[in-house]
Design a protein around this ligand. Structure first.
Ligand SMILES: Nc1ncnc2c1ncn2[C@@H]1O[C@H](COP(=O)(O)OP(=O)(O)OP(=O)(O)O)[C@@H](O)[C@H]1O
Ligand SMILES: [Mg+2]
Length: 468
């Protein structure tokens, strides 16, 4: 039973009866699977020296049968194994615990399998041979990424103020990876995405995943503040700098010292202010209004834009040299590009709002899936809030959804009235029989084959929508 021996990285280490416990990651539990016992022992040693609790199996099948995998924080599996291989294991895991992070260990020359693994939803991979340090780094990165997920916390019933991204689609996981990769560097980051996609959430996550997490995070909504006020807010002023400045004022950049400043809607900044921001980003100096001497501040700049920044540069309303100062640009995908996350998002958001008992009917879910979500997750939150109030029996039905969402689905299926009615009738029978196709066909007085082809024609598929 080796418990944490080394400290260092975790800073605070707590000693009790000679046992050293890692406080910060509360000893994440890791399961290793490799048919080669020596490889297992190597991983166990490399990781338990960091304080992780590591158990291993030499057969994936046995791990599935004998271990309760949901109690783990991370799974590491070899790909090439006799019996159940890493890909089959990953599929099983994804089916039962979609949010469980999995790292796969690949061998030289298995690029295609590796791509396949990432497509199925592995969080990352490492190629053999690797050093203890390389796997430790990767594990830390993946566990940090995992913090972005609400799932595990909610399961343990913990409340937390930490912002949480929900979604386990490939595009979102790719986005979490990008966040985890750049969070701990000092580079300036521009987050681009449509309104309501989670840009502020991403900025807060970048801050919380960095060493700056104990320093201030200061959001500034550039679009909402008049230019002159924004300037004095950001840079501060000295007493007497302008009429009404009866005492000196620390600017937000100075107040964020050591932390992160989040410049929301940066494209709304005036050209004059863009110039001043550029100078600050070049040399870290600010000058309060009315002050002669510059001050040095160390602040990480994270900005967000929901306009197309390259277009703004072309139009001449955003400075190209300022754009180049943002070394990293992160793009958050709009919700319509990862609709497969909708069932999970809906479930989690309902839970977060205190309505865990509310269900969404299959028909309503179908409409939510067909909708385009121009307002993204924020719009989804609003739609849910509104619909809950209108759903008297704890089930959100189509009639409880806003018109635009119901209408949208009809737009998507411009059916003549007769076919509309037929579709409706089929859907009613399917629902009445819990989607038992034979019984629904009986009710409709048609044969199963005809019913099936009509279901295809009208896009009536159950499993996408049941969300269970
Ligand atoms: N993937 C997600 N998982 C969970 N909640 C999310 C997700 N994306 C966004 N949200 C929530 O949606 C709301 C809007 O997010 P946020 O304010 O970060 O978006 P934004 O991109 O800054 O929007 P805007 O451009 O309108 O300012 C917040 O309540 C946020 O917590
Ligand atoms: Mg915002």
């Amino acid at each position: 039973m080796g418990i944490c021996l080394s400290g260092g990285r975790f800073g605070r280490i707590h000693c009790e009866k000679g046992v050293v416990v890692n406080l910060r990651s509360s000893a994440a539990k890791i399961l290793v699977i490799d048919d080669d016992e020596i490889a297992c022992e190597f991983l166990q040693e490399a990781l338990s020296s960091e304080g992780y609790r590591v158990k291993y199996f030499t057969s994936a099948r046995r791990a599935l049968e004998e271990e309760s995998l949901s109690s783990y924080d991370l799974l590491i599996s070899d790909i090439k194994m006799p019996g159940m291989d890493g890909i089959a294991f990953l599929r099983e895991v994804k089916k039962n615990w979609p949010e469980m992070p999995v790292i796969l260990v690949t061998a030289f020359g298995t690029l295609e399998t590796t791509m396949e693994a990432l497509r199925i939803g592995a969080w990352d991979y490492i190629s053999k041979p690797f050093s203890p340090d390389a796997i430790r780094k990767l594990v830390k990165k993946v566990l940090d990424m995992r913090q972005l997920h609400a799932h595990q916390k909610e399961k343990r019933g913990e409340k937390s103020d930490t912002p949480q991204f929900i979604g386990s689609s490939a595009v979102m996981v790719e986005f979490y990876k990008q966040i985890a990769r750049v969070a701990d560097s000092d580079v300036s980051i521009l987050i681009e995405g449509e309104s309501g996609t989670g840009k502020e959430l991403a900025a807060r996550s970048l801050h919380l995943l960095s060493e700056r997490r104990d320093r201030p995070f200061i959001p500034v909504h550039c679009g909402a503040i008049p230019e002159t006020l924004l300037e004095s807010e950001l840079f501060g002023y000295e007493k007497g700098a302008f009429t009404g400045a009866d005492k000196s004022h620390t600017g937000l950049l100075e107040a964020a010292q050591g932390g992160t400043i989040f410049l929301d809607e940066i494209t709304e900044m005036s050209p004059n202010l863009q110039g001043k921001l550029l100078r600050f980003m070049q040399n870290g100096e600010i000058r309060r209004l009315g002050d002669t001497k510059p001050r040095q501040v160390t602040v990480r700049v994270v900005a967000a834009a929901n306009k197309n920044v390259d277009e703004e540069v072309k139009k001449g309303s955003f400075r190209a040299d300022l754009l180049y100062r943002f070394v990293v640009r992160l793009h958050i995908p709009p919700l319509r590009e990862h609709k497969e996350d909708l069932p999970l998002l809906i479930e989690s958001l309902l839970k977060k709002m205190g309505y865990a008992h509310i269900r969404v009917s299959d028909e309503a879910m179908e409409m939510l899936m067909a909708y385009d979500w121009p307002g993204n997750v924020r719009e989804l939150q609003n739609v849910l809030k509104q619909s809950i109030l209108l759903s008297p029996f704890g089930i959100i039905q189509p009639e409880n959804l806003p018109d635009r969402i119901r209408r949208k689905q009809q737009d998507a299926l411009p059916l003549p009235p007769l076919e509309m009615a037929e579709r409706e009738q089929i859907l009613n029978c399917l629902n009445a029989t819990q989607w038992n196709i034979s019984r629904a066909a009986q009710l409709l007085d048609i044969d199963r084959k005809t019913l099936k082809s009509k279901m295809v024609k009208y896009g009536l598929v159950r499993d996408t929508f049941s969300g269970s």
